[in-house]
Write a new protein. Structure first.
Length: 574
């Protein structure tokens, strides 16, 4: 266990950068000052490999790895794999990929609770020998009935007073596979009248004749999470065992087991989990969405999973920034989705290359532009990043603009294209709409326009004030692309609330995805790499889809719109 950096008297990290303080950080600082844990900081991120990680896990990842890094300690990655009925290597690999993508490294400290199965079994035997555990024959339903309620004490199991010898014999026979699933369990002998239901003789081991993803058929009894978690912390010499708030009532059990075993005893600290508006953060319910075909897998860009967010276009920097901004508290609260989008917008504004793409094309013919002529205009790649340079954009007689950028009978403050109105084409000329062409059904299919050749940058009329500027693509050079526009997956602010959302399907947003198949993009985007992010001028930030894109036929996911709702909310609050 590493000695932590002890040169942090104020709210700054060892590197000197300002770090927002919170109560867990203050606990760590106090422990370092008093010499508790011998000046060490050792944390861990302990996911169960029974699903993909989501944005709520990202908060815990950033907290555990961040504290260890800030104070010169270490953070382990540990898989709490104690339930073989739900755990798979598939999930292990996904979790490893997600934590690495977020920017964190555990070195050679990747562990599994299953590494400790032999030691955990021996500790269970010790509890039996010391009179602190017994084998119970009650069924799961009978155990629940005996447990009592918050206002009524529980009742002792009729098997609670078995002798140590009988308990040892039965527990070994459980291990050897003599009994069927559910026939017996090992329970702690604590207090059936305790005000904390978790201390009313909780189950420590159960029979599960299911192959484990790492140990195969070696075991047919498996420790419960509450038994494996604290002891794994102890084995790894964790100093600060950071958990979400629902484990606060489990802390007395965590402490009781470690104290009865007389082993190294970490400190468990709880913080409020992340609740995000219009978002479901339950692996069990997210799995239900996947299994029932409500989404296209765990990495569907509408999912709050880290892999889904990555595919949609989120950056690790934006997620880490979001986790830092929301802070760490003891009280549960719900965070606005707008803040998460604001963090992404801020990051992509600095790094995303600006390009032009037309999502719903409307054809324009510039009647006074020479037929067959093509010229190129220089366009900056990112005004926020001068070193990003510029690119050449082809311009020709026939172009496409966004259909929404034209109205035949516009309102007073419509500054885009209309009959007899002028607009500037981004990086190019000023054009004027002279004629509207319609099909037999009265639908606008083409605009005939003229251009001012002197309105190009540096021309005689280049400085003329035009209120509307439109993006465009050249008809003969543009490449076809598919674009996916996303909205909230749920229509309810809190889809986890059964009163607000009685079942998942009734709360699903039918307009969470719109697929546009006939979009047109600048020619260079046809060969964009999967995962590459762009700002489509005036349309938002988009990412090349890693699954659906093919060479020469890109598919883009809209990560976020350009409008920053959070900035407006923050301004009002200020």
């Amino acid at each position: 266990m590493n000695k932590a950096n002890e040169t942090d008297p104020d709210n700054s990290s060892p590197g000197g950068a300002a770090v927002p303080s919170h109560f867990i950080r203050e606990i760590v600082k106090s422990d370092l000052k008093t010499g508790k844990w011998n000046g060490c900081v050792q944390t861990r991120f302990p996911p169960e490999p029974n699903g993909f990680l989501h944005i709520g896990h990202a908060k815990s990842i950033c907290l555990n790895f961040g504290l260890a890094s800030e104070f010169g300690g270490l953070c382990n990655l540990r898989f709490d794999d104690t339930n073989p009925t739900k755990e798979e290597d598939f999930y292990v690999k996904a979790i490893i990929e997600d934590v690495k993508w977020l920017g964190f490294d555990w070195g050679d400290r990747m562990f599994y609770a299953s590494d400790n199965f032999v030691q955990l079994y021996e500790w269970a035997v010790k509890l039996i020998k010391d009179g602190h555990a017994y084998v119970d024959d009650l069924s799961a339903d009978e155990i629940r009935q005996h447990r009592g309620t918050l206002t009524l004490p529980g009742r002792d199991s009729p098997y609670r007073n078995r002798s140590v010898a009988e308990n040892l014999d039965l527990f070994e026979r459980m291990k050897d596979g003599e009994f069927v699933d559910g026939a017996k369990v090992l329970r702690a002998k604590i207090d059936m009248a305790s005000g904390n239901l978790n201390l009313r003789d909780p189950v420590l081991y159960r029979i599960l004749k299911v192959p484990h993803h790492r140990t195969g058929d070696r075991w047919c009894i498996y420790p419960m999470y509450d038994f494996a978690h604290g002891q794994s912390d102890s084995i790894e010499k964790i100093t600060h065992s950071i958990c979400t708030l629902e484990f606060e009532d489990h802390r007395p059990l965590y402490d009781w087991i470690l104290d009865k075993l007389g082993v190294y005893h970490p400190q468990q600290i709880e913080f409020a989990r992340l609740n995000l508006a219009y978002t479901l953060l339950s692996k069990r319910k997210l799995l239900q969405l996947v299994e029932e075909g409500c989404v296209d897998g765990w990495d569907d860009p509408r999912m709050p999973t880290i892999s889904g967010m990555r595919r949609r276009g989120y950056t690790p920097e934006s997620i880490r920034d979001f986790c830092e901004r929301i802070g760490v508290a003891k009280a549960n609260s719900t965070v606005e989705m707008a803040l998460l989008e604001h963090c992404l917008r801020e990051d992509l504004n600095k790094r995303a290359r600006r390009v032009m793409a037309v999502l719903r094309p409307l054809k324009i013919v510039i009647t006074n532009y020479p037929e067959g002529q093509v010229e190129e205009f220089a366009a900056e790649n990112n005004p926020e990043e001068p070193e990003a340079g510029s690119r050449k954009i082809p311009f020709s007689r026939e172009l496409y603009i966004e259909r929404d950028d034209f109205m035949e009978d516009p309102p007073k403050k419509f500054f885009r294209l209309a009959p007899g109105k002028e607009v500037r084409l981004k990086h190019a000329f000023i054009i004027r709409c002279e004629e509207v062409v319609k099909d037999d059904g009265g639908n606008v299919i083409e605009l005939r326009c003229t251009y001012d050749p002197d309105s190009r940058t540096g021309g005689a009329t280049a400085g003329r004030k035009i209120k509307g500027t439109l993006h465009w693509v050249s008809s003969q050079h543009a490449k076809k692309a598919e674009v996916r526009l996303y909205n909230h997956l749920f229509t309810k602010v809190n889809p986890a609330d059964e009163k607000e959302c009685p079942d998942l399907k009734t709360g699903l947003n039918p307009d969470s995805l719109e697929v546009l198949k006939d979009c047109l993009v600048e020619p260079a985007l046809a060969e964009a790499d999967p995962g590459e992010r762009f700002q489509f001028l005036r349309m938002g930030y988009f990412c090349v889809d890693s699954k659906e894109s093919k060479p020469g036929a890109p598919a883009f996911n809209r990560a976020v719109t350009l409008r920053d709702t959070w900035a407006k909310i923050s301004k009002k609050k200020g």
